[in-house]
Design a protein around this ligand. Sequence first.
Ligand code: NAD
Ligand code: TDX
Length: 336
Amino acid sequence: MDRKVNILVTGGAGFIGANFVHYIYKQRPDWQITVLDCLTYAGNLANLDGLNESRVKFVKGNICDGETVARLVKECYYVVHFAAESHVDNSVHSPWPFVQTNIVGTYQILEAVRKYNKRLHHISTDEVYGDLELNESRKFNEETPYNPSSPYSATKAGSDHLVYAWIRSFGVQATLSNCSNNYGPYQHVEKLIPRQITEILEGRRPKLYGEGKNVRDWIHAEDHSSGVLAILEKGKNGETYLIGADGERSNREVIELILKNMGKDTTDFDHVADRPGHDMRYAIDSTKIRGELGWTPKYTDFEQGLKDTIAWYKNNEAWWKPQKAITEAKYLEIGR
Ligand code: NAD
Ligand code: TDX
């Protein structure tokens, strides 16, 4: 590519967005990166520590603010749209911010890329497809019909439909990806894996929703990043790619593995109230991105990835500590 690439990353101060910024910073040393993030409770500027300001510019702003979005989109070459309200439990308790950010915010991004004819990659989730039975062989693929269960997944599904409509009605240049559950550094302590690691580090017991039979398909955030970069550079306009690393584990297995790798007895956890409408199983068939774009995940050993993640939380207490008590107080309020 001849011209200098400036990539606009929305939600780049959150978990996956920040992992993506670090990945691009290393993999594409000649690219300029602009992060647009309004720093909700889930955003943290410290996630971008260590990156040189001559290459990474941070703009504090809301994706629902059309003027800010248009100004930044006008200046960039690619837009990768991660910004979202992302936690299912929060969406069941308080859905309105999800409608605002996930739907109205995505609308503003789409209007700006339409106006300035810029290339968009929209980040979505496997949760838009609803859930699978525990014992069926079927996995989600690009043809699976949408069937979201929670306010979170319904608003992500809504944002995906907006992207499809803008592609078809206005010829917007966009790709989409639907990824499975991510883990790795910088994940907020509200999510399953960091919550349990930090509970143990604070001397408490992990908390398993219901019986813990629910299955999630785990992928390391760096593998999600490499998938997104492959789509951005080699993906076909208008297409969707599912990203997954064959990492299916029940929640109970995940908690047992965390306990084992932190030197605890694997029965040392508590069952707490189940999540309302709790999706049973997610699983991704990633044949398309592997076959068409030659993408493969690097972290194929989940237990090793988990060990690295445990080490990261042990070594970065100052990063998670300020959020921990606030997060557990929220959980106490909803009884989990
Ligand atoms: P996160 O909650 O950790 O981070 C979201 C980021 O977006 C935060 O930095 C927050 O400040 C920012 N943000 C929220 N609302 C905003 C707004 N209105 N304007 C500007 N910035 C705003 O989320 P995450 O887990 O990193 O997820 C990132 C994306 O990946 C989301 O689109 C999510 O749906 C998708 N996704 C997540 C997973 C997962 O396992 N976490 C899996 C598949 C897809
Ligand atoms: O303390 C807990 N105990 C527990 O058993 C927590 C926080 C969760 N769980 C269960 C609920 C889920 O079955 O673990 C599983 C994973 O929970 P989350 O980390 O909240 O993730 P999930 O609901 O699966 O959604 C995640 O993956 C898809 C992300 O938060 C979404 O943003 C993404 O789209």
